[in-house]
Design a binder for this molecule. Structure first.
Ligand SMILES: NC(=O)c1ccc[n+]([C@@H]2O[C@H](COP(=O)([O-])OP(=O)(O)OC[C@H]3O[C@@H](n4cnc5c(N)ncnc54)[C@H](OP(=O)(O)O)[C@@H]3O)[C@@H](O)[C@H]2O)c1
Length: 245
């Protein structure tokens, strides 16, 4: 057991980075409250793991899930808003508005609703981290709806931070992680005019794109250092200073 056992709430633990993060937390002896559409293979039977089913975009389901997860908790050390979707990779004019709205719904508005539900409770929260992306600041061709949603997520975090000085908020780009999201990118044809897609295909299998378990450990380490390194409400990229120092 670690010197202090913490309680983490993590959204989207069924696979990918959320699964890796949950695993890293449990491995370190912490408690994990997972919230998502599907249960988490490999986590369900581990001590310290509790799961409640909800689509993050479904306000009512999230309210019920949070009630069941938090009923007997007197504190939450860290909330990690991880669940997210990529949406289409295409030029702006080729991204249907409905698809962009869906990305906004999951990556932005669902997190606003979750924050409102969490902050309305009496349960004290020490830290809230929204998993953002380098795409929130890069403006690379093809990443339209996803980039917009993550840029807005960075601002969402800043706005909540301005209201709640008692909680450390941050938006964190986790670096590249070899997950289902990257798999979606790899299915794009090689001749797409989006340079970043070509680069992502090239770095698969290298240290620049770790598997979810490896990334989970390094992202957890970064999350634990964030409150000492950056001002509440800020965006940080794990690949850059001050986290890379
Ligand atoms: N992979 C990367 O290189 C990378 C880079 C930068 C940022 N990120 C960010 O990292 C986070 C995790 O992404 P990932 O790469 O791990 O993607 P992933 O493998 O596709 O996993 C996404 C997770 O989010 C959950 N999720 C999606 N929509 C949901 C919904 N409506 N309600 C509840 N859960 C939902 C999924 O659950 P289901 O199993 O139910 O679909 C899954 O657990 C995202 O915020 C992503 O933007 C990833």
């Amino acid at each position: 057991m670690p010197t202090t056992t913490k309680t983490f709430l993590i959204t989207g633990v069924s696979r990918g980075l959320g699964h890796g993060l949950a695993h890293a937390c449990l491995e370190a002896g912490h408690h994990v409250l997972g919230l998502g559409r599907q249960s988490a293979a490999g986590l369900q039977d581990l001590p310290g793991f509790q799961f409640a089913r909800a689509d993050v975009a479904d306000h009512r389901a999230c309210a019920v899930a949070l009630e069941s997860l938090l009923r007997e908790r007197n504190k939450l050390d860290c909330v990690i808003l991880n669940a997210g979707i990529l949406g289409p990779i295409a030029d702006m004019g080729d991204q249907p508005l409905d698809a962009m709205r869906e990305v906004m719904e999951v990556n932005l508005w669902a997190n606003k609703q979750l924050l409102d539900l969490l902050l309305a409770r009496d349960t004290p929260i020490t830290q809230i981290v929204a998993i953002s992306s380098g795409a929130s600041v890069n403006g690379n061709r093809g990443w339209g709806g996803y980039s917009l949603s993550k840029a807005a997520l960075n601002m969402l975090v800043k706005l909540y931070a301005s209201e709640r000085a008692d909680i450390h908020f941050s938006a964190l780009a986790p670096g590249l992680v070899d997950t289902g999201m990257q798999e979606q990118i790899r299915t794009l044809p090689d001749d797409v005019p989006f340079l970043s897609v070509t680069k992502l295909k090239q770095v698969r299998g290298t240290d620049a794109m770790p598997d979810p378990a490896t990334a989970g450990r390094s992202v957890l380490n970064a999350i634990e250092r964030l409150p000492k390194l950056i001002e509440s409400g800020s965006f940080a990229d794990i690949r850059k200073a001050p986290l890379s120092d």
